[in-house]
Design a protein around this ligand. Sequence first.
Ligand code: GL7
Length: 829
Amino acid sequence: MSTSADTTAPPLSPLPHDTEGLKQSIRDAMVRFVGKDPKQATQRDWLDATSFAVRERMIERRLLTRRQFDAEDVKRVYYLSMEYLIGRMLEANLRNTGILDETREALAQLGQDYDEIVAWEDDAALGNGGLGRLAACILESLATQGYPGFGYGIRYEYGMFRQQFEPYRQVEHPDNWLRYGNPWEFPRAERKYPIRFYGEVVEHHRNDGSVHYSWEDGEQILAMAYDYPTAGYGRRNVNNLRLWGAKATRDFDLRYFNEGDYIRAVADKSQSESISMVLYPNDATAIGKELRLKQEYFFVAASLHDILDRHTELGYTLDDLPHQVAIQLNDTHPAIAVAELMRLLMDRHGLHWARAWELCRQVFAYTNHTLMPEALETWPVDLMTRVLPRHMQIIYRINHEFLEMVRRRFPGDEERLKRLSLIDEEGGRNVRMAHLAVVGSHQINGVAALHTELLKQTLFADFYQLWPERFVNVTNGVTPRLWMIQANPELTEFLGEKIGHDWQYDLERLRALEPWVADPELQQKFQQVKRKNKERLATLVRERTGIRIRTDVLFDVQIKRIHEYKRQLLKLLHVIELYNRIRDGENVPPRVVIFGGKAAPGYQRAKDIIQVINEVADVINHDPQVGDRLKCVFIPNYEVSAATVIIPAADLSEQISTAGFEASGTGNMKLALNGALTVGTLDGANIEIRDAVGEDNIFIFGMTESEVVAHRARGEVPEAMLAGRPALSRTVEMIEQGYFTCDDNATHAELGHYLRHQDPFFVLADYPAYREACERADALYAQPECWNTAALTNIARMGYFSIDRTVRDYAEKIWDATPEPVAPKRNGG
Ligand code: GL7
């Protein structure tokens, strides 16, 4: 298509990006949008007014980006994800739009403190953990690199719960993040799609003998679009994240209100809008609830409808789909998209099965994020038949055709058919969503090298045998814009002085730091930066917990969801052993141990682990014999905004999962990028981090993935590990006997029993190696020159773990998409 002259003309007269212009916009927004006299405005009002001033500038670029994409025949990438863990938006948008310093100054001139104002913003916590944060990083990178890439998800009214300790146990509080409205979203009342549930499939026989199906009756609700512009860093590109909110239809109104039961009608209406009400707070476990299936279908159906509408509005035909559209399924959560696109192509657009299937397969690709069986979604056939009857039919047909093909290739291999089937016939009949995603995709990727290998060898071994060419690895990455430039401004400045700023766009350029890693002057500066960051964290710790920590000692950090396989218990055993050694009069090196992370509300073991860590911490922190040689802090409500304070202050990064269980990890990357040394197992991306930073600059310990498998096969009792290990035995006994609790012996006894007799993730088996790795870390920390050299080497060699590399890998290996940078306008803006 040709570029018409009109596309370069700005839709608005460009807004100024200087301090004076911003000051004017903020003051105007205070009156016009917030509706307040600046003299009476609160800090929250200033937050809103500032946000409005920024969004005006973003939306201008959004419209230009869109015009250019529409005119230039670009291939669009759509990222379908149930989760986006975005965090606060104001600072990110200011930074990426390039007006952060000017806005800070503008606020100062208006008598406002920028840092205090931004702290009023609630995190957009529309995700659980790594998977959701990865989605947010990918969107930021798509915009930064100029790819036409768009996110689709759900506008949950309640995001990830807020965690409090009362006083030791986790208590969940609702996260009503939209309570005061949200200046970043553009509600699109005209972009509404009806979404059907339940009802029945009607068969229509045509004169030519063909059969056509329609899905009728049941219940309909509307999906309404809310747009969040997503700005690229150092570019004019602004992409879009479209989140769907549920609204009752008018139909609904008539049906009930006319019956005269007004109160019930209103209640039912809000019931139907509950689909987008709340994020399920489960990390790596499937829930199997009807509402969750409805959430998944709701956002998938709305997104596909929207994608096809845009495609046809732009004048393309369905045959053009593979050239113009790539859809990435972020885990199995949106896998129903495979059946939905088939339905749309056949029932709505009249395509034949074979053609529709060909198109589907060319459009979809699927990212797997976990091997853990409990996280693999399956839906009871009965439930699927009731909620999505037409999709169940389509899934049966996909399965039939697929198994016929398998039969031809492997005649008589009934076991293989059972393993590959989209329907699991054991223990009730269930639809395996991962299988649907695999057969419906042209590419399937894991998120780290080991993870992808394990996918091929275990979970998807039979599929790999059928289609080896479909399996690719795309190792995760993190955005340096949030996790370095924003989180660690001092280190950013330090790097700028030494090696310039190119690394902000091309993280591999951090290598330029390598010749200086042993330079004493540089090391001294690095240490000053760390110390400042530790002080910032110490303030946060004091504010949130009342605990005072010193900043001249090793900060040992484990921040992630609480899960048995992530082994917070391994760290806890080490903490208790250190405590004992201090009380025994040993001179152990001082440290501050910091935990952060939430447990799924229904995950009792994880909640017990939190409680026990808190109780142990309380004893240690109040023991005069310990003083400030050891402090243990569990920071409540770990979230993106807290992570930006914790990560830059860390010295040691705990990445100690049982090998074979952590698909990738991304916290490991953020911490190493900020100059923390990793103590970790050979799991997930830790392996690639070791390869990048070098064995001398990381503390690797413990069983490898294959050793874990062999160890499990031997079936040893965990207790056997305690023989000949008096210090470890004493630690386990102290937990068992309730040494650290005043009123809950049962929980401690149970946790001790669990370690001694169950220990499914081999905490005890890996403990000796872990303790030894921690001692190696202590020894290195005692030699600041060596430690700083290793830390700076980590920074210099983390370039590979940029999300920009990840996104380019997706673009090249999977999407066949190219960047389309938006050209600067002649008159600025
Ligand atoms: C996860 C993995 O557990 C984690 O290792 C990975 O880094 C992340 C992003 O790929 O995806 N898989 C998963 O189900 N959750 C994750 O965080 C919740």
